[in-house]
Design a protein around this ligand. Structure first.
Ligand SMILES: [Zn+2]
Length: 155
């Protein structure tokens, strides 16, 4: 899950940096403004995504998040997708909904996007290869005959 969250966080950091540069001279010289800015655009969305991904992964394990599956690159790509989707949803919220703090929108959008993306990742099932999902119930060896991968998943 680390690669997923790092990639997702990098999307939000880039968006925050770009919007800070674009606002340029209009930014007040205030620590509180920056704190609010960073919380709204980076900290809260990343926390929301972490919460969403953790809830899905805890409820029903995902193979890609198992370190033995060696899926860091795919996890990072999923994280980029979830980050972009979450930022889009957060932006829609901020545009359409007034009167609540914008961080609620960016957090909720990021949470929803992380849940939607992680739900699509392949599930880990007992007795199946952690890397490719091949059923290992018929094999008594510790490794997968399909991909040469790792021992059966113990849940
Ligand atoms: Zn396998």
């Amino acid at each position: 899950m680390r690669a997923f969250l790092i990639a997702l966080a990098s999307v939000h950091v880039v968006i925050a940096a770009v919007s800070a540069v674009m606002s340029g001279p209009n930014i007040p010289e205030s620590v509180w403004w920056w704190l609010n800015f960073d919380l709204t655009l980076v900290v809260v969305p990343v926390a929301g995504a972490w919460l969403g991904a953790s809830i899905v992964h805890t409820t029903s394990r995902r193979r890609w998040f198992d370190r033995r599956a060696e899926c860091a690159v795919r996890c990072a790509l999923a994280g980029l997708g979830a980050g972009a989707l979450g930022a889009g949803l957060g932006l829609l919220w901020v545009i359409w909904i007034d009167g609540v703090h914008e961080a609620l929108g960016t957090g909720a959008g990021s949470f929803a996007a992380a849940v939607a993306v992680v739900v699509l990742l392949p599930r880990a099932r007992p007795g199946r290869c952690v890397r490719c999902g091949y059923s290992l119930e018929q094999t008594d060896r510790g490794c997968c005959p399909e991909c040469g991968g790792y021992a059966t998943l113990t849940l």
